[in-house]
Design a protein around this ligand. Structure first.
Ligand code: DHB
Length: 308
């Protein structure tokens, strides 16, 4: 059974990998991913300078997922450029994720990763957890400026980590920009920004930063993630690859993303909860589903969502 796939021309030996976010900020954590069933090594979104992140508590499990406002704790991009050399040659692609706090930051960091050992560069235009800095991708003129500045900096594929959109007008606008720039892939979706979970016992939010507002993750967001994967697939299929992310914790979830049109899925909340065994487990479950349905590869199913 072939779960192998490719994203922006880069081969992945399996359909399931980690997402930028949990357990991927240090070399030790990235080594765990390298030694797991994850089909790629996706690194934590990095900034120009190292960051401690937001104050605790900044992550809380919920009944059907989690809410988080980590605030980009990371070691600074130079550390990840170095880690890429150490992680290359392990039989799986290494993916950088860059989160600039300014246009200049994006240019500096994408340029540095173009000269590094990474295979793919994910440009994170969707972090919802920085007070006063709304996700770039909700502002299409700022998005155009970033794309103008970063898409021609080298030959490694550049992709965009996008926030959820809720109207086709916005999918159209994003896809217009993507089609007019050299974008190799999109990653749909980041967490749903600025959700609020309240503990009725303490009468307080469950996380502290931003008065309790944070990114919603896990099962809650899967239908929104599937909708965004589908909307981008309908507009970009065959031209731009798609990583699906948002609530993947079983083979059945991964199969739904495959039907919607994802070239591969990334796993965040289930990895946080379960640890690195989740990748192999989800991939095996997906394989069984494909076998049961008589499909011999992911390619035979990709995007083939039926009509009701
Ligand atoms: C963080 C959250 C995000 O959703 C993201 O894309 C990048 C960083 C964070 O809070 O660390």
């Amino acid at each position: 059974m072939a779960l192998n796939t490719s994203v922006a021309g880069v081969a992945l030996g399996g359909y399931v990998c980690n997402a930028s976010g949990p357990r991927d900020a240090t070399l030790e954590e990235l080594e765990v991913i390298a030694n797991s069933g994850s089909s790629a090594i996706v690194m934590k979104s990095c900034t120009r300078e190292p960051r401690e992140g937001n104050e605790e508590p900044r992550y809380s499990r919920l009944a059907f997922g989690a809410i988080q406002s980590m605030g980009l704790p990371n070691l600074g991009f130079k550390a990840y450029v170095g880690f890429a050399s150490q992680l290359a040659g392990r039989g799986k692609p290494v993916v950088a994720s860059v989160a600039g706090l300014s246009l200049e930051d994006f240019v500096l960091m994408v340029g540095a990763f173009q000269d590094s050992a990474v295979d793919l560069i994910e440009v994170n235009l969707s972090c919802p957890n920085l007070a006063g800095k709304p996700p770039v991708a909700y502002d299409f003129s700022r998005t155009a400026e970033v794309l103008d500045a970063v898409c021609g900096l080298g030959s490694k594929p550049v992709g965009l980590k996008l926030p959820p959109y809720y109207d086709f007008v916005h999918h159209d606008a994003a896809c217009g920009l993507i089609a007019s720039h050299r974008v190799g892939f999109v990653t749909c979706i980041n967490s749903i920004g600025n959700a609020l979970a309240i503990n009725p016992e303490t009468e307080a939010p469950v996380i502290r930063p931003k008065g309790g507002f944070g990114g919603l993750c896990g099962d809650y967001i899967k239908p929104v993630a599937l909708a965004n994967v589908r909307a981008f697939f309908e507009r970009l299929a065959g031209k731009v690859s798609i990583f699906g992310v948002g609530g993947v914790k079983s083979g059945s979830d991964a199969f739904e993303f495959l039907l919607a049109g994802a070239d591969a899925v990334q796993v965040a909340t289930a990895f946080e909860n379960e640890g690195p065994a989740c990748f192999g487990r989800i991939a095996s479950e997906l394989e069984l589903i494909l076998q049961r349905k008589g499909y011999s590869s992911v390619d035979g199913v990709k995007g083939r969502l039926k009509r009701v």
